[in-house]
Design a protein around this ligand. Structure first.
Ligand code: PLP
Length: 360
């Protein structure tokens, strides 16, 4: 029996990685100890975190003037950490409200006392398209422009070729749900963050990639959210999430083995096309995002009838296609096609959609 897990997060991981974890779990590298029990101060773990960081650096082509941090607290933790560290000059942030997670980030910064200027939003369009700034933004006015690069719930993406104009302002990108799924230039961003549980590793670690000059040693924030101690102590001023970092390291090696992010993106484009091509032809199921803004990793669709959508969720579940239900805030259906989802998963879903369509 093959089960395909389309969950938006925690989400599918590469099968070879799960198998490697299973093999290594009782005894890491012949140590007689599990990764679940070794000290984060051991040389073994130091090697793991060093290698993981280097592999991420290689895969993403991270320039030397950036730091890679392993944080905790998820994407939500970064909703607070980013302003606390980066918004201390003007205490004013420009933000593009592209959906649920962008609004969440806006609310958190507002609650912390920062002035959040929503410079574009597509609320009226139910966030089925991407907002762009309604006026020119300058770093003399704002600390940064905050964007949610892939909108996990709404299924839209600022792909590399349609990023908002950011010449005169620091760009911050939440890449939680398309991290290492497609190509971006790290140097376009002041800061990128990604909770691991969408496209990298099990829940528990959040990757932050930040340009060194943006790290403010005087940032007035709880230590756990302050980037400075992470930099100084190599993400180990306290106990890091040892197991998710180890798993992220294995996934990074798996990605390198596939040929890196450009190769991964090619596969992801083929995989997403299997589903989008079907949806564009279907008389029953529709995706409402225009092609240039469509997500490769989170594909939303609906029959337009909540009962029929629910019937399809049951039908798909009977066929071992799991977690097809859309996010509770928007309803409808959603298939997450992360890096680890094989193309056969997308094909199995299309077969199932087709079968359902024939009888409804
Ligand atoms: C899931 C998600 C978050 C929230 O992540 P947590 O780790 O659950 O806090 C934030 N942003 C985006 C784009 C997400 O997909």
């Amino acid at each position: 029996m093959t089960v395909y897990n389309f969950s938006a997060g925690p989400a599918v991981m590469p099968k070879p990685v799960i198998e490697q974890i299973q093999r290594e779990l009782p005894s890491l590298q012949g140590s007689g100890m599990s990764i679940l029990e070794i000290s984060h101060r051991s040389q073994r773990f130091q090697d793991i975190i060093d290698t993981t960081k280097q592999d991420l650096k290689d895969l993403l082509n991270v320039p030397d003037n950036y730091e890679i941090l392993f944080c905790q607290g998820g994407g939500t933790g970064q909703f607070a950490a980013v302003p606390l560290n980066l918004a201390n000059h003007h205490r004013k942030i420009a933000l593009l409200d592209s959906g649920h997670w962008a609004s969440g980030a806006a609310n958190e910064a507002t609650n912390l006392g920062y002035d959040v200027d929503i410079v574009g939003n597509t609320k009226a369009d139910n966030y089925q398209s991407l907002p762009y700034p309604d006026h020119e933004l300058s770093s003399s006015q704002y600390d940064y422009l905050y964007t949610t690069i892939n909108n996990t719930i709404e299924g839209t993406t600022y792909h590399n070729d349609i990023l908002p104009d950011h010449k005169d302002i620091t760009l911050v990108g939440d890449m939680s749900s398309n991290f290492m799924a497609e190509h971006y230039n790290v140097s376009d961003f002041g800061l990128i963050f990604a909770g691991a549980q969408k496209n990298l590793a099990p829940a528990g670690v959040t990757i932050v990639i930040v340009r060194k000059d943006l790290i403010d040693p005087a940032a007035h924030t709880p230590k756990i959210l302050n980037y400075e101690p992470y930099v100084k102590k190599d993400s180990m001023f306290n106990t890091p999430p040892v197991f998710p970092i180890y798993a992220a390291g294995l996934v990074a090696k798996w990605l390198k083995g596939l040929g890196g992010i450009d190769a991964m993106e090619k596969i992801n484009r083929q995989k997403a096309a299997v589903l989008y091509d079907y949806l564009d032809e279907s008389k029953l199921f529709k995706n409402h995002v225009k092609p240039s803004e469509r997500s490769l990793t989170n594909i939303t669709f609906t029959t337009g009838d909540a009962d029929l959508d629910a019937q399809f969720v049951d039908f798909a579940t009977q066929h071992d296609l799991i977690s097809i239900k859309g996010h509770r805030s928007v309803g409808g259906l959603r298939a997450s096609l992360y890096n680890a989802m094989p193309i056969d998963g997308a094909k199995a879903l299309v077969d199932c959609l087709h079968q359902f369509e024939q009888t409804h």
